[in-house]
Design a protein around this ligand. Structure first.
Ligand code: G3P
Length: 273
């Protein structure tokens, strides 16, 4: 499974890439907002275009998803082409992120606009990451339109399912991939019992149907969920910086290190000088 970093913070991205095992970057308007707010608190002058170019250089050789902000077919295609033209020639790693369904109001007639935009950009050889996927059906439609990546939002499905229960939870809490059961059975969203279950169903459909789009598990909030994304066969998981660091964390590893460090005898230390 490839691991992407879900961030627009260049310092985080640079640090994550320094280990040599990160395979790409995903951003979205909320992550850009967070990065800009951080720059503002440092009183840094913001030149968004230079910032994005820099980010693309840090991730050179790996795909970076940049999202459109429009919510209609024409606007999304125009923005997608504009972003691609402005940023892709230098580093050749831009992927345009398009919401699978950009409707802002039920019945506004825009439910097909995402699919049409994916199809249009793909036809112009612009790679697309179809985002805000919450059902296997949406993933199938995005793949049919030619998306290179489809991004199911695992953590947000977990939030939605557990919000049907009264108990409190925090965003990063582990949610079991097999879902949660009460007297009425497994709490589910049209048959989907967890975010990882959503990822698993999409992987299975793509395998069964011989679909080439890659399943990019997004909205992953803890290492165990990342592990389960790998178990169910996600091609990629995009992880926040903190989760990437947590992948390497265990108290016994640190305890072992402290003990080994204490036990170094001068004779052995000298040998390694
Ligand atoms: O990759 C999608 C991600 O940024 C959304 O994550 O944790 O806000 O649901 P989250």
């Amino acid at each position: 499974m490839k691991i992407f970093i879900d961030s627009a913070d260049i310092e985080e991205i640079r640090y994550a890439y320094s280990g040599g095992v990160i395979d790409g970057v995903t951003t979205n308007p909320s992550l850009i907002k967070k990065a800009v707010e951080r720059l503002k608190t440092n009183n840094d002058k913001i030149n968004m275009s230079a910032y994005i170019k820099q980010l693309l250089i840090v991730a050179k050789g790996t795909p970076v998803s940049l999202e459109v902000t429009a919510s209609d077919f024409k606007g999304m295609v125009e923005q997608g082409k504009k972003i691609y033209k402005a940023f892709n020639p230098a580093t050749r790693n831009v992927v345009i992120k398009i919401p699978v369904n950009p409707s802002l109001k039920k019945g506004d007639g825009k439910e097909y606009d995402g699919i049409k935009a994916i199809k249009n950009l793909t036809a112009s050889n612009i790679p697309v990451n179809a985002t805000l996927i919450f059902t296997p059906e949406q993933a199938l439609m995005a793949a049919k339109a030619g998306a290179r990546f489809v991004s199911p939002f695992a953590g947000r499905i977990d939030d939605d399912i557990r919000s049907k229960r009264k108990s409190k939870f925090s965003k990063t809490d582990y949610f079991p991939m097999e879902g949660i059961t009460d007297k009425k059975g497994v709490t589910n969203d049209n048959g989907i019992v967890s975010g990882i279950d959503l990822v698993a169903e999409i992987v299975e459909i793509f395998r069964e149907q011989n679909i080439k789009s890659e399943v990019l598990a997004a909205s992953i909030r803890n290492p165990r969920q990342a592990r389960e994304a790998a178990i169910v066969g996600a091609h990629i998981a995009t992880l926040p910086f903190d989760v990437i660091k947590e992948l390497l964390d265990h108290r016994k590893t640190m305890e072992g290190m402290i003990k080994f460090t204490k036990d170094i005898v001068p004779e052995y230390a000298k040998l390694l000088e």
